[in-house]
Write a protein that binds this ligand. Sequence first.
Ligand code: CA
Ligand code: CA
Length: 297
Amino acid sequence: MVIVAMLIVALAATGASMMLQQQDVAIRQLEAARDYEQARWLLNGGAHWARVILRADSRSSTIDHGGELWATGLPPTEIEQGNLSGAIQDQQGLFNLNNLVHDGKSSARDIDILKRLLQVIGLRADLAYAIADWIDADSALQSPEGAEDAYYLNLATPYRTANQPMSAIEELLRVRGCDGAVLARLRQVATVLPRRTPVNVNMAPPEVLVAIVDGLTLPEALVLVGRRRTAPFSGRDDFRTRLPRTELNVSNEDIAVDTQFFLVQGRARVGKADLRMQALVHRSGAALPSIVWQRMS
Ligand SMILES: [Ca+2]
Ligand SMILES: [Ca+2]
C-alpha cells in the first residue's frame, strides 16, 4: 500500500514537472518569436528610414560624396530590450562586374578596366576573361584564360556557365580561378548591380580610379582621394581637369559624380534575437528610392 502510494506520488511529480517544463519551453518559444518579430520590424523601419534620408539628400544636392549625412551611418543605438545599428553604403564607387557585358556581348573596353583593377589589387589580370565569359551570352572563349561550359562541365561536380548578368557577387565562387580569397579582395572594389553603372569618382577607392583612368598611378589616385575630401568633384569635367597629367583621359560614360544604387545594412538585437538585414536600393530622381532586393539573416 505504501509502495503504491509512493509510485503514484512519483508519477504525479514527474507528470507535473514535465508539464511545467513544456510550459517553460512554450513561453521561451513565444518570447523568441516576439523578439524576432520586433527585430524584423525594427530593421524594416530602418530600411525605410534610410530611403527617406536618401530622398532628402537628392533634394539638397546633385552630387554624392563621403562627407554627406547619409554616409555617416547609425551607430549602435539603444532601444527597448536591445539595440539597432546600420549604415548606408554607396555602390557606385565600386566597379560593377555586370558592366563587362552589354546586351549579352563582352565589352573589350570594360574587360581592360577590370584587368587594371585586378592588377592593382594584386590579383591575376586574366581572371577578367573568365568573369566576362561567365556573364556573356555566348559560349566562345574570350581568351585561353577564359572559361565556358567546356571547362565547367568537365569539373568533378559539373555545372553550366551562367551566361547572364550576375545577381550576387558570391557567384564569383563558381567562376574559374576565383576562390574565397579572391572574392574577399574583390568585394572591396567591385559589386554587382542590375544594370550598367558609371563609377562615382567621389566615392571610388583609389584602386578603382586607377582602373577607370588608364595610365593613372596609385600614388596619383591617392592624392585625388585626399583632395576630394575637402573639395568633392562637382562634375565629370571637374574630375577631368583635376587629373594630374594632361595625357590622362577618361570616357564620360565610365564616370559620374552621383550615385543611384546604395546598400542599406542593419543589425537589430532584441532580447535573444540577433538579426541582420541587407537591402539594395535604387534612387532615381527625387522619388523615394525603391528596394531592388532585401535579405534578412
Ligand atoms: Ca548627395
Ligand atoms: Ca559565356
